[in-house]
Design a protein around this ligand. Sequence first.
Ligand SMILES: [Zn+2]
Length: 191
Amino acid sequence: MCLVFGQKKVVVIDPGHGGIDSGAVGVNGTYEKDVVLKVAKAILKLNNSLIDNELDIYLTRYTDTLISLSDRSRLAKSLKADVFVSLHCNASRNNSRGIEVYVHNSKNKKSIALGVSVLNESTQKLGFEKRGVKFANFQVLRETISYCPSVLVEMGFMTSIDEADYFLKPKNIKAIALAFLIGIMDYLNTG
Ligand SMILES: [Zn+2]
């Protein structure tokens, strides 16, 4: 798997929430904002250690701070991102489980292909239930879609004890980060 020609592809990973906005609170007391930051940083690390920085990856935040949604999408624009991937964890009142990926309502074909690639890699390799690619008018998707393919990944439910606990283990953080990285690479190599 390698991108032989041209410049490095620019990937913007957006760990959702941060600072005073904790996002969903897990049944085990963990915060969505911390889980998504850990996974984002693990993607950054794997790009370096595993594929020799083949991708140019930037995070919208590197620490526990709250960044506005429009600043997140502005970063994708100013970096001329090739893909934008926002990371979130889900929550529900019933016993929902699994991973789902959101693409903007405009149903941009490249974004759907990116979403399918990321979803397949993470569900097939890690055993998460596949909830599918869905469409929504989320602000980060709406504001990035005119610049680059963009997706928002809901990577498991903080309200499921199994899935919230999954993210407690560093090796699981690394595994899901690897699945996302491969999903992104596969999309960039075929798209
Ligand atoms: Zn969220």
